[in-house]
Design a protein around this ligand. Structure first.
Ligand code: UDP
Length: 407
């Protein structure tokens, strides 16, 4: 028999699109660096390995984040350690049997969490299993997928390593009791499609069925298709009409797609309508600017593609800090009102082109520092359980001297 592949189990959940995208990125990163040496499985522990009502978490999230007040209460209510530690410890009494079975099933050599609610419970279960089996617990790492403001549940002092994207998040980790040597600042793990060589804007527009010459705006609201997508289309139609085209990506928001399919735009705006797309790197490369909520994944991807950003909203709490991150780093603007957004874009494609180009240059500069983050994280992860092999030296070779972000 050949040698056993090392197994990495990535814990994610479909709350938003970011955690899945990060899990996919890690899987692809391991493949790129180590080929067949690793098997990487990503598992939605809450949906698939906990009993009712815990398995309803992603659905509840989808509902809760749309209600700002309820979400704030839920989020801040669980922020103090003296609340969330007992709450999660309680839940682990109900879910640990099934979570334990998941670990038995996947037999991981390394567990990596890309979700804020997957530290305490899995760490407890892994420790219980290790005690029973008389061995050391399976190594556990957290890869934080928020950019600035992070919930405290992301940080558990018992993790072997915690990867954070910015110095801002590192400070949160330290405040939550992690030690300097447990924390590494590399950037967000963005899918390799964003750093691979990709076709030119011109040929991608042809391939994707877009006009090759019109200024092109990408309109997106995270994995769930959140925000004022329809109103923004109306405003762009009224102000710019046929002078620009828009790619509207609605993610998993089926109701929105259905509604938009029946719409026509009397001003002559060209609209390319998409549901959840798996080739975001292509769409971003084909466009000139992006209008999005302040999702960390989308922001990082847009920077890698050199797109100036207009943030039109944020999920309360965990995305709030991303607004000053974008504005203060001169990567774009924050504007909620669709009419004002149309006005900014009209400027960018006309009289204020110099401002647009400055944002694009700054985005490209920051984005290029994040390109290598995925592989740096993967190489370090492989090093945690003594694996890694030839690529282990990569981490030092491409390491960033400083964390990126707000000081
Ligand atoms: N995404 C995607 N296809 C879609 C919509 C979104 O691949 O149709 C990806 C997007 O590229 C990003 C992630 O989903 O990687 C969204 O993450 P973000 O952190 O921006 O927001 P979230 O949805 O997690 O709130």
């Amino acid at each position: 028999a050949g040698k056993r592949r090392k197994r990495v189990m990535v814990l994610m959940s479909d709350t938003g699109g970011g955690h899945r995208a990060s899990a996919e990125a890690l899987q692809a990163g391991f493949e790129q660096l180590y080929g067949d040496d690793y098997q990487v499985d990503y598992v939605d522990i809450w949906s698939n390995h906990t009993p009712y009502p815990f398995n309803q978490l992603p659905k509840t999230y989808s509902f809760m984040v749309r209600n700002s007040l309820m979400w704030r209460i839920g989020y801040y209510g669980q922020q103090p350690r003296f609340i969330h530690v007992p709450t999660q410890t309680m839940s682990s009494l109900f879910v640990s049997k099934q979570v334990g079975e998941a670990f038995e099933q996947y037999q991981p050599d390394l567990v990596v969490s890309v979700h804020p609610l997957m530290q305490l419970v899995p760490l407890r279960v892994l420790r219980q299993q290790a005690r029973k089996g008389g061995r050391t617990p399976v190594p556990f790492a957290t890869v934080v997928t928020d950019l600035t403001t992070c919930h405290n549940t992301w940080f558990h002092p018992l993790v072997d390593r915690c990867f954070v994207p910015t110095e801002y998040c590192k400070r949160s980790a330290l405040k939550n009791g992690l030690k300097e040597e447990q924390i590494t600042v590399h950037g967000l793990p963005i899918r390799p499609a964003f750093s691979a060589k990709i076709a030119s804007k011109h040929s991608l527009r042809k391939k994707l069925g877009l006009d090759r010459h019109l200024p092109t705006v990408l309109l997106v609201g995270g994995g769930e298709g959140m925000g004022a997508i329809e109103q923004t289309l109306d405003a762009l139609d009224a102000r710019l009409g046929g002078a620009c085209q828009v790619v509207a990506i609605c993610g998993r928001n089926k109701a929105l797609i259905q509604r938009l399919q029946t719409r026509d735009f009397s001003g002559g705006l060209k609209v390319m309508l998409c549901g959840f797309v798996n080739n975001m790197a292509e769409w971003m490369t084909a466009c000139d600017a992006i209008v999005t909520k302040a999702g960390p994944g989308t922001i990082a991807e847009a920077l890698i593609c050199g797109l100036p950003l207009i943030l039109n909203g944020f999920i309360p709490c965990q995305e709030e800090g991303n607004v000053p991150f974008v504005v203060d780093n001169k990567l774009g603007k924050f504007e909620r009102k669709p009419e004002r957004i149309a006005c900014i874009l009209e400027g960018w494609f006309g009289e204020s082109r110099a401002e647009f180009l400055q944002f694009a240059e700054q985005a490209t500069k920051l984005g290029s520092r994040w390109r290598g983050a995925l592989l740096r994280i993967v190489a370090d992860l492989a090093g945690i359980h003594g694996g890694g092999g030839p690529a282990a030296s990569l981490s030092a070779a491409v390491r960033e001297p400083d964390g990126v972000g707000l000081a």
